[in-house]
Design a protein around this ligand. Structure first.
Ligand code: APR
Length: 237
């Protein structure tokens, strides 16, 4: 990395940044996510077919997230420190539905694929915080009807959240970091292209090369917990 003075940093994070916190990534088990076919638990059609299965699946993920076993790791803490100490703007765009960036202290976080600790009403689209299990029999707090609650998660075929803000941030960024994402899911996989249109310096952090590695100016190969901390130290020094 050259010692250029950056002013606007956009950081895209994916499942790999939470791997060292004990949360499984999506694509390392023959397309199965925690032993389930992604089409069963991450599509509107899967939810329509078997809402109880989908609720059970996200209830388990939520319970895991709220247990003592899952904590932010060095990469989450390093990004929170960057936001606090950097003399410019830092935006984290995460594909993760966990709350580990917030737990580490990051404030400027956009959850483009939703959040495990939120539910929403399928009718009114109103979302609200949730920590307990959801079943189809649970009445929705806004319409008081049963069966209208769904996880506040962006499933395949649905439009990600915060796209206008994300595009705006990418259009002015001069440093773009992509951490722990396989680059297989759009639109997140093309954020590197948008950052490059803004002439940003682009850096990929991953334990392996990915489908989009060729697009990046710089690569930090290794575990996010080590490499991100090292990079933040360099940036702030
Ligand atoms: N440090 C850095 N990178 C890591 C680490 C680690 N400790 N562990 C794994 N990785 C990398 C893997 O090499 C892989 O490239 O993290 C990436 C994880 O990729 P995916 O499992 O595909 O996760 P992600 O890219 O976040 O998936 C995107 O797909 O299923 C949907 O909506 C879901 O948000 C998710 C989206």
């Amino acid at each position: 990395m050259s010692k250029k003075n950056f002013t606007n940093i956009v950081i895209l994070t994916g499942a790999g940044i939470s791997a060292e916190s004990g949360i499984k990534t999506f694509r390392d088990q023959n397309g199965l996510w925690e032993n389930h076919d992604i089409l069963d638990v991450a599509t509107p059609q899967g939810f329509e077919r078997d809402p109880e299965l989908v609720h059970r699946f996200y209830n388990l993920r939520r319970a895991q997230l709220l247990s003592d076993e899952v904590k932010p790791n060095q990469a989450h803490f390093a990004l929170a420190r960057l936001e606090k100490e950097f003399n410019g703007q830092v935006v984290i765009v995460t594909q993760n539905v966990d709350n580990l960036h917030e737990k580490a202290g990051s404030k400027n976080v956009l959850h483009m694929h939703g959040e495990l600790l939120k539910m929403r009403c399928s009718k009114s689209k109103q979302s609200f915080s949730i920590s307990k299990d959801i079943t189809s029999a649970r009445a929705c707090p806004c319409c008081l009807e049963e069966g209208n609650l769904r996880p506040h998660i962006v499933w395949f075929g649905e439009r990600p959240f915060h796209m206008n803000e994300i595009q705006q941030a990418l259009s002015t960024c001069d440093l773009f970091l992509s951490i722990g994402t396989s680059g297989q899911v759009y639109p997140a996989a093309m954020f590197v292209d948008l950052a490059k249109e803004s002439l940003a310096h682009t850096v990929e952090f991953n334990t392996n090369s990915t489908d989009v590695s060729d697009k990046f100016d710089e690569h930090r190969l290794g575990k996010a917990g080590v490499e991100v901390e090292k990079f933040v130290d360099e940036l702030l020094s």
